[in-house]
Design a protein around this ligand. Structure first.
Ligand code: OFO
Length: 174
């Protein structure tokens, strides 16, 4: 059972996740425009992952009898200076999301909502992975600097990222 405070907070996080999806979709389009096909793929996979984050909260709130209230999602930036700029903004955004998840986890504990606290553990783990991935790409981008061949190689690596859909609903390991 979810209380009103928790429902409002989870709906707020749904908006954050939807904005994340929107942001990475915009970065995917910008990467394509820069001729960076690998980065376009990487950000498209990230967009798909963010929609999974959104839907997980959406399904959870509904399954607990809570009301889903979708809010206006602001437009993401559409112009970026470089791939490095995009990944710097990505890391900054993910650090913001990590703070949101931590606040939500604090609230769940304060409200003695153990079921939501368990759900949020998945997001805590996910954020560790996301920040690690972003730091990894950023390190390589800083290493290659303005070297075109280096950028080409990093872009080729980003092309290998594959979206793994979550297990089907009803699967106990989902
Ligand atoms: Fe990028 O983890 Fe959700 O928002």
């Amino acid at each position: 059972m979810l209380n009103k405070k928790m429902i409002a907070a989870l709906n707020g996080q749904m908006s954050n996740e939807f904005y994340s999806a929107y942001l990475y979709l915009s970065m995917s389009a910008a990467s394509t425009a820069m001729g960076l096909r690998g980065a376009a793929n990487w950000f498209m996979v990230q967009y798909q992952e963010e929609m999974v984050h959104f839907m997980k909260l959406y399904n959870y709130v509904i399954s607990q009898g809570g009301a889903v209230t979708l809010a206006t999602v602001k437009a993401p930036p559409s112009a970026f200076k470089s791939l490095l700029d995009m990944f710097e903004q990505t890391l900054k955004h993910e650090q913001f999301i990590t703070r949101c998840i931590n606040d939500l986890s604090d609230l769940a504990v304060k409200e003695k909502d153990h079921a939501t606290a368990v759900l949020l553990q998945w997001y805590v783990t996910e954020q560790v992975e996301e920040e690690a991935n972003d730091n990894d790409v950023l390190a390589r981008l800083r290493l290659v600097g303005k070297d075109g061949n280096g950028l080409f190689m990093v872009d080729n690596e980003l092309a290998t990222r594959v979206f793994t859909p979550p297990p089907a609903a009803g699967n106990p390991s989902a």
